[in-house]
Ligand binder design. Structure first.
Ligand SMILES: [Zn+2]
Length: 424
């Protein structure tokens, strides 16, 4: 699927004129006369167009340019149905289209990269490869393939069950052989599935084997963990990110700091969960009980100086892709500065997922968002990106929104529950 208009010309160089960049690791506001992009990468600021004869020129009229936003925790083959996992019954065509739909929605919100932390099969990995190859318009996707869990553990109904160190090693190898660039481990129970969300699942030995296998193959490891024992065991095993930590005590937060691990809270995922919205009663009950504790846990994590990368758990019940700013605003409500909130979805997120994303600097990938004001002073402007640039290409936002609207019925109507889907 290729886009018409500006993208269709595929001109290699793009020259932005007259804006302010949130530059480098510091996100320092720096006014520029020109910002040159070529070959999908940032060349530099005020370097002119050189001898490039035909760059696409865009006047920014004082707008701000920042690194494209990164959502570190999504599920791209889910459609935010009230009973989220019923979508897995929709079949591979609809789930594939769901990934394409979610990718376009993400771009319209300025999200130029996501980490997919677990899908039913390797469809999202295939989608990621097609995006990387320029055949599908979408954000970059670092995909986990199937999440690895235990017999009777969180997500066991759909995940890759592995019991014992050898089985865990095999499960990790399967994901990496399939193209996974991150490994997702379910270290404790969950809120959206039956059972105690605090119950530990894997042993230290199992988690350590998974980390060893993943790291030797150049993949990072994300551990879903809500409580003390699960988080501490996962950290001891050497995982890179802890997902959620909804019920963390002080010792757990100190351990996160001293392990220099990154927490991806996804604390806004529970916001839409209320009775009477079609969400299974058991999930509603657990979520309502967890919500104040989860927010308090995140508030204390921010206060304790835990490194936080932004993620939404998008795809889960009534939590469609695109809600990253809701998550950032909740961090601010829980004590983070707006500037650090922007950092959590750019610089810190880029480090968490590995690689060179999340920073606007020379020779970095040109994944950029243009907004009307400085988002570190007013986060809300991130809700209305003026332009989105992905791998050096200007995204046609109108085309993306129209295509999303055309796909919406097949994506959201498939499970017969209907009210999930897109935010747009
Ligand atoms: Zn998740």
């Amino acid at each position: 699927m290729s886009e018409p208009a500006v993208q269709g010309r595929r001109r290699d160089a793009l020259l932005l004129r007259g804006g302010t960049a949130l530059w480098g690791d510091a996100l320092e506001p720096r006014p520029f006369e020109t910002l040159l992009i070529e070959g999908g990468r940032v060349v530099g600021m005020d370097v002119g167009a050189g001898d490039r004869d035909d760059p696409v020129v865009m006047d920014l009229d004082g707008a701000y340019v920042l690194p494209g936003l990164i959502d570190c925790h999504v599920h791209f083959d889910l459609a935010a149905h009230p009973a989220a996992y019923e979508h897995y019954g929709a079949g591979c065509l609809v789930r594939s289209l769901t990934a394409v739909h979610n990718g376009l929605v993400a771009l319209t919100y300025g999200i130029t990269a996501v980490r997919d932390l677990g899908s039913l099969d390797h469809g999202v990995i295939d989608y990621a490869a097609k995006v990387a190859g320029g055949q599908i318009v979408g954000p970059r996707v670092i995909a986990a393939g199937r999440p690895i869990t235990t017999t009777g553990g969180h997500f066991a109904q759909y995940g890759r069950i592995a019991d014992g160190p050898d089985a865990v090693r095999l499960a990790v190898r399967e994901q990496i052989a399939g193209g996974a660039r991150v490994i997702k481990l379910m270290a404790t129970g969950g809120i959206s599935t039956p059972g105690d969300p605090g119950a530990s699942q894997f042993t230290l030995e199992e988690l350590s084997v998974a980390v060893d296998e993943a790291h030797r193959r150049g993949a990072k490891v994300a551990a879903h963990a809500h409580t003390r024992d699960g988080v501490l065991t996962a950290l001891k095993a050497g995982v890179d990110t802890i997902e959620h930590a909804a019920f963390a005590d002080e010792e757990t937060l100190e351990a996160l700091v001293s392990a220099r691990a990154t927490l991806v809270p996804t604390v806004s995922a529970l916001t839409p969960i209320e009775p009477g919205r079609g969400i299974p009663a058991a999930t509603v009950e657990k979520s309502l009980r967890a919500r104040p504790l989860y927010r308090d846990s995140t508030r204390r994590a921010i206060a304790a100086g835990v490194t936080i990368a932004a993620g939404t758990d998008a795809g889960t019940a009534l939590n469609p892709i695109g809600g990253l700013v809701d998550e950032l605003e909740l961090y601010v409500a829980l004590g983070m500065t707006p500037s650090d909130a922007v950092r959590s979805a750019t610089v810190t997120a880029g480090r968490a997922i590995g690689g060179e994303l999340g920073v606007l600097a020379p020779d970095r990938p040109a994944d950029l968002v243009v907004v009307d004001e400085n988002p570190t002073e007013n986060l809300t402007v991130l809700r209305r990106p003026r332009h989105v640039i992905s791998a050096g290409r200007l995204i046609d936002l109108d085309w993306s929104r129209r295509t999303v609207a055309e796909m919406r019925e097949v994506v959201t109507g498939s499970a017969g529950t209907g009210t999930g889907g897109s935010r747009t």
